[in-house]
Write a protein that binds this ligand. Sequence first.
Ligand code: CFM
Length: 538
Amino acid sequence: MKPNPHTVKDELLAAYPKKTARKRAEQIVVNERRADGAVPEIRANVRTTPGAITQRGCTYAGCKGVVIGPTRDILSITHGPIGCGFYSWLTRRNQTRTESPEDANYMTYCLSTDMQDEQIVFGGEKKLRAAIEEAYALFHPKAIAIFSTCPVGLIGDDVHVVARDMKEKLGINVFGFSCEGYKGVSQSAGHHIANNQLFKHVVGTDETPRPEKFKINLLGEYNIGGDAFVIEDLLERCGITLISTFSGNSTYDAFANSHMADLNAVMCHRSINYVAEMMEKKFGIPWIKVNFVGAEGTAKSLRHIAQYFNDAELTERVEKVVSDEMTEVLKTQFDVRSRCEGKTAMLFVGGSRAHHYQTLFAEMGMKTVAAGYEFAHRDDYEGRRVLPTVKVDADSRNIEELTVGPDETRYRPRKGPDELVQLQSAGMEVSGYQGMMPDMEDGTLVIDDLYHVEMERLLEIYKPDIFCAGIKEKYAVQKAGIPCKQLHSYDYGGPYAGFRGAINFYNEIDRMVNTRIWSYVQAPWETEEELAQEAIAS
Ligand code: CFM
């Protein structure tokens, strides 16, 4: 029998003291869409209740690990004690491909100032300067980025002054990030800080003109498991020039030249919408939301890009690529549907994938019964139209909001207001994002910042056929006898983007939900006799 989502919500809340339950109730929402498309309000981007086991990461993780980390030729230095610098490793399965074997790729290196007690007491700036000089002597990079961990902010080291001095001294671009882990309630704050600094220090610093016809940037694609390679190939076959990607398979030079593009295609809205907005204000480049996850989403995104440029030849090429790819996609869809139709999934991931990957499951005939983001904001759930009503609390006010206006010489609106309205009325959302909830069925559960104790109850109540989360959840889920797909790292798999990626995903999920191995999961103390007795008792 299908569980009643309202009863499930009450059950989840029953675990908490009254005051906590009252607040938490606003983050656990039964999705019900009104006729006008509006969805219930959800509380998001707020502090995790102390004591709860959250899926979230910290601000430093969002800045260093997520946004800047995947850029291969920016040398990243973590400033802090080594115990705080886990993400110096870049643990995220981002891939990159240099154009020639001689080109710089620092992604496999792990640099930290390794602060000791002495620096905590007397200050760490001196050690940071020495580290930058040492790194420069070793690698001669084009740019060095410095990332602050919590203690740096607590003791008051000024990484920006150090960066400015070193930039002058070494003659390369050096910039710092005040991305101390505690700066925000999650990694989301780190995205914003990374966006700001990239925009201030890198974007628009290379004026080399680009002669190509259809020039775009892809924002919010991080090349996990090779996704970017699939998308790059598709764009190339369509005749679309990718000036830069923020930041999968990316380079410093591409960011510097990115203001030459005529369109920003935003994939992960949460992590990079700030850059899109600032580029629009300063250079006049419009942005649209795209989604290269799922065959349908990929086709729609390519078509929207063609529609934006409004060119018959481009449209024709896009249609050719889509139809070439769809034959194989539909064949696999048909095959996996015979085994997966009606099975259920739950997705609790980050700030965009819990939405994007629902489309892949839908293409397989599978249902999403519950989903949520770790650190997204209300607009990622409910759509950007709620932005004016989002409460700005003290935690959000902590993050710098850059004031950006049109560039005196370089502001060039790529489309006039009328053209933008025309695109809108042709069904294309410009500067917009619908969010996750309008795409989810009524009666599904939407939970922000899922707590571990809730996850365990959900598994018991719904027994979904697959649960999608990350490494911290994976083994707890599997011990409950339910397969867990990591949608952050893809486990060892991928790519899942584009048409080819969709086929990969269908096949992998088909294997995961149809293997019998999970029915054999049994704790040693659960003897057959005891289980039989339990069954009789219930
Ligand atoms: Fe964007 Fe991401 Fe995500 Fe994200 Fe992330 Fe990630 Fe993610 Mo892990 S940028 S919000 S901070 S799509 S690392 S590639 S998988 S939580 S859903």
